[in-house]
Design a protein around this ligand. Structure first.
Ligand SMILES: *[C@@H]1O[C@H](CO)[C@@H](O)[C@H](O)[C@H]1NC(C)=O
Ligand SMILES: *[C@@H]1O[C@H](CO)[C@@H](O)[C@H](O)[C@H]1NC(C)=O
Ligand SMILES: *[C@@H]1O[C@H](CO)[C@@H](O)[C@H](O)[C@H]1NC(C)=O
Ligand SMILES: *[C@@H]1O[C@H](CO)[C@@H](O)[C@H](O)[C@H]1NC(C)=O
Ligand SMILES: *[C@@H]1O[C@H](CO)[C@@H](O)[C@H](O)[C@H]1NC(C)=O
Ligand SMILES: *[C@@H]1O[C@H](CO)[C@@H](O)[C@H](O)[C@H]1NC(C)=O
Length: 317
């Protein structure tokens, strides 16, 4: 084995903004997990980036000798071993009372409960948590997770979990991708770039401009808007990657979550000389508007609000 370094190395994949994915190099550790997909590459960083871009990916196995990258999901165990191929995304700490864990076991628990639900991601939430996998895969789970095979499926205890927001300005709401806290605030006379607006969100609420991941979330945000104000556009946490403003491929979320839902108003390619907004705005039709062909458009009278969002905190009991 060619593991030379037995220290954890941090890879921080960060774009020049707020969101980032931290990936831990698990030197001297074997990771039991399913493979989401594999492809040929000798580029470790590309392998990590591909994982960073996919919310289902929890880690990677970078098989340098074979020139292959495997994106991993459904992690089951971590064990000390003569291995240096494995990397895992750093997730929020999940404390489950009554469990005394080693630092490595804690990393595993954080990944298994990365979605901060009562059951691990991908499991069915019933009276217990269940997953249809083979007996051997079920027995592969680290003992402390409490998985048992019942003859047809793998069963894990359902956790008691409650969700809360950091302060009372925020409203708790659940969507298919998790629990979040929202606050709609007024922009007032503030001018500037999207970074200015994002700072303002943080200063006022402790959260950042929201990314939007489903029609349900889009509708919920629209419903928080003060409808007594006319032309009340809402600044959202979207930014143009290179100044182009044509379609979804030109944009990314400030928080670096995956752009997996799009609701752009801009259906036709704009003509030259359009006014590209410094920050995209959810218009009163609830579509995302990023430019106008009226050069004299006064965005400051239109973008009256902004939507701030953070992850809810989960408490396991
Ligand atoms: C993540 O990767 C899997 C397998 O390659 C794919 O099916 C899924 O659509 C990807 N998800 C996203 C959000 O890209
Ligand atoms: C959950 O699993 C345990 C152990 O397998 C079992 O005793 C219990 O009846 C199950 N509970 C429910 C609600 O299915
Ligand atoms: C959840 O709470 C109930 C009632 O307080 C308790 O009986 C049960 O053991 C708890 N479940 C877990 C997994 O701790
Ligand atoms: C922001 O811009 C608007 C319109 O251009 C202007 O009326 C307002 O005074 C500006 N706000 C500040 C704080 O300069
Ligand atoms: C946010 O707060 C910081 C520190 O108080 C201040 O320097 C900054 O100007 C504020 N930004 C906005 C946009 O309110
Ligand atoms: C988005 O626009 C680019 C040109 O800027 C074009 O190459 C690409 O095909 C467009 N994508 C979609 C999905 O329309």
């Amino acid at each position: 084995m060619k593991c030379r370094i037995f220290l954890a190395i941090l890879f921080i994949l960060t774009a020049p903004c707020y969101g980032k994915v931290t990936i831990l190099h698990l030197n001297g550790v074997f990771l039991a997990a399913d493979s989401l997909s594999m492809y040929y590459t000798t580029d470790n960083i590309d392998c990590l980036k591909q994982c960073g871009k996919n919310s289902s990916c929890i880690g990677v196995q970078m098989m340098t000798d074979m020139g292959m990258c495997s994106l991993l999901t459904m992690v089951r165990d971590v064990r000390n071993a003569m291995e240096c191929d494995y990397y895992i995304k750093k997730e929020r700490t999940v404390n489950i009372p009554g469990r005394s864990l080693t630092p490595l076991q804690q990393i595993l628990q954080n990944s298994v409960y990365a979605t901060q639900e009562a059951c691990p991601e991908g499991w069915t939430d019933g009276g217990n948590c269940t997953s249809v996998v083979s007996q051997s895969a079920c027995e592969n789970y680290a003992t402390f997770l409490g998985a048992t095979y019942d003859g047809t499926k793998c069963v894990m205890p359902r956790m008691n979990v409650t969700y809360s927001c950091p302060n009372t300005k925020l409203t708790l709401k659940r969507f298919s991708n998790g629990y979040f806290c929202y606050a709609m605030i007024l922009r007032g006379q503030l001018n500037g770039t999207i970074a200015t607006m994002n700072d303002f969100c943080y200063n006022e609420t402790g959260c950042y401009l929201a990314s939007i991941h489903s029609e349900a979330e889009n509708e919920f945000i629209a419903s928080m808007r003060d409808s007594s104000l006319s032309d009340n556009g809402v600044i959202i946490g979207l930014e143009s990657i290179n100044g182009q403003v044509e379609n979804a491929t030109d944009f990314q979320w400030l928080d670096r979550t995956v752009l997996d839902y799009a609701n752009f108003d801009d259906t036709s390619v704009p003509t030259k000389g359009v006014y590209a907004f410094p920050y995209p705005v959810m218009s009163t039709s609830n579509k995302w508007q990023t430019y106008t062909d009226q050069a004299s458009f006064d965005l400051s009278t239109f973008a009256k609000s902004m939507i701030c969002r953070c992850d809810a905190s989960a408490t396991y009991s």
